[in-house]
Design a protein around this ligand. Structure first.
Ligand code: NAP
Length: 339
């Protein structure tokens, strides 16, 4: 399953609105004979790709899939058919498909005599590349990760507005890894005017990665003609002249966005938190102090301690000299389905 998860991670960001699934096929002796992951929409699903690599060696073998194999004909034929035609005799899957249209795959496999195990590494898989897709299935809107680089005293820029760089190269490299998994990156006009960011996913040598998320600017002010975001041919960009997070989410839902990275700054992040539109928080904490300058989060609509926004910490780790805190916001009844 970890191998299937790793395969799905390699395509995370390229499959939306479809889930990034990974699949490994083993022959009857338990040897890995095929590995596959979801293709961009319209292309083969993970199971089909892994079965194609395995060929006749799949007969009598085992398929390990991160998500329940689909049982419906969409742009491609049901994966369950592929597994049955290949003669697979056992299927391990982490998560059941919450989409009623595609579900029922495991039942059909069982009915055909295939031995089925559900729940393998379920927690790990649910926190992986499928997290945003599962969230969108549940809520009807994209999954929003707010990422911020801050000093120990909670500042995201110095008093003069300069903010490059608060964190070290390892933490910044992780941001580029994260961006290539995303469908969209969102920043406010304040950040665009202050920093002139390019918001692309790049390799350490500065070259562009294969997959680039949609870059979205939110706010009513103009983006200057010379801004780096407006350079042609780099990556798609969009300016939403609104201040309403629900409107931003509705527009990005229409554009098939599943995973959204909110990269700033404090005003826009505060508005998203206030709207209940942030699901995960990634804080890159630099062991440094500024003493003045903007705080990490602007007004989030919290006026009294009873309204404090609590998070559950999934992970705390080091990135070079910095500390990364990865946490999820307790689900609250707020920003509901955007469609
Ligand atoms: N360290 C970090 O991780 C990090 C990340 C990002 C930014 N920053 C720093 O943050 C500073 C910029 O802060 P900022 O707060 O001005 O940036 P921001 O949040 O990116 O932009 C603020 C602007 O967004 C627009 N906006 C959109 N929706 C809004 C809403 N619901 N409520 C209010 N405004 C909304 C408004 O612009 P209009 O007037 O155009 O409508 C507002 O002025 C810079 O110094 C930058 O370096 C640091």
């Amino acid at each position: 399953m970890r191998r299937a998860l790793a395969a799905s991670d390699r395509v995370h960001g390229t499959t939306s609105p479809n889930p990034a699934v990974g699949c490994v096929v083993l022959d009857r002796d338990g040897r890995v004979v095929g590995t596959g992951a979801t293709s961009p929409p319209g292309g083969p699903h993970a199971e089909r790709a892994a079965l194609a690599e395995a060929g006749p060696r799949a007969a009598g073998g085992t398929a390990v899939v991160t998500l329940e194999p689909c049982n419906h004909t969409g742009r491609t034929a049901p994966c369950v058919d592929g597994l049955l035609e290949a003669g697979i005799s056992r299927v391990y899957t982490a998560l059941a498909d919450p989409n009623p249209v595609a579900a029922g795959g495991l039942d059909r496999l069982r009915a055909a005599g295939v031995e089925v195990t559900l729940g393998t590494l379920a927690t790990e898989v649910a926190r992986g590349p499928l997290r945003g897709w599962l969230h969108r299935q549940r809520t009807g809107r994209p999954h929003v990760t707010w990422k911020v680089a801050t000093t120990l005293d909670g500042r995201v820029a110095a008093a003069d507005g300069s903010s490059r760089w608060i964190t070290g190269p390892e933490a910044r490299g992780e941001v580029h890894d994260l961006r290539r998994r995303m469908d969209a990156i969102v920043a406010g006009t304040g950040t665009v005017l202050a920093d002139d960011p390019v918001l692309t996913a790049r390799h350490p040598d500065g070259t562009l990665r294969d997959h680039q998320p949609l870059r979205v600017v939110v706010g009513n002010r103009d983006v200057p003609p010379g801004a780096r975001l407006r350079a042609e041919g780099v990556a798609p960009a969009l300016h939403l002249r609104t201040r309403d997070p629900a409107e931003v989410l509705a527009e990005l839902t229409r554009r098939d966005v599943v995973d959204l990275l909110l990269e700033g700054g404090p005003t826009l992040a505060g508005a998203f938190v206030a709207a209940g539109a942030v699901d995960r928080v990634l804080v890159h904490l630099a062991p440094a102090l500024l003493g003045a300058g903007p705080h990490a989060l602007g007004d989030a609509g919290v006026g009294t301690i009873a309204d404090i926004v609590r998070l559950q910490v999934d992970e705390v780790r080091r990135a070079g000299g910095d500390i990364v805190v990865d946490a999820v916001i307790d689900p609250r009844p707020a920003c509901g389905p955007a469609e």
